[in-house]
Design a protein around this ligand. Sequence first.
Ligand code: FES
Length: 168
Amino acid sequence: MEKSENALTLGRSFEKVNAILEKHGYDPSNLIAILQEIQEEYRYLPEEILTYVATALRVSPAYVYGVATFYAQFSLEPKGKHIIRVCDGTACHVKGSEKVLKAIREYLGLREGEKTTPDLLFTVETVACIGACALAPVMAVDDQVYGPMDEEKVRQILEKLEQESEAS
Ligand code: FES
């Protein structure tokens, strides 16, 4: 029983992958575009899908993994719906980016080494200067830049995003 349920889930999740592969004519020279579209769909590249893609394109899994790990745009780890980037460039660092990062991680209850919340709503990353130094310390959520940040603003912004996602 459990086995057939698993097969069903897997079959369903591969439907989208199959559509992407078909669109690209199962052509291994389109591998990067294929992986980009799969990542858009799943927000990361699940291991079983990389293996499946390799089989479907008749190339080795090592080749597909090689491409997936070579390009920084690809993630082999699950990512949250919202990507929070805390700037740790010089201006932001001087103005207290570490405190901002700590406040975000505390608010989200992220443990040591964890980047993504278990509900897959948020992923937290640090980045180098994002070119908004006048607003230091800066954080960006997806494409929106916020600053200057403090603990209170962190709470307000994250609360709002949580409410929006509950409503949707
Ligand atoms: S150092 Fe943070 S935006 Fe420039």
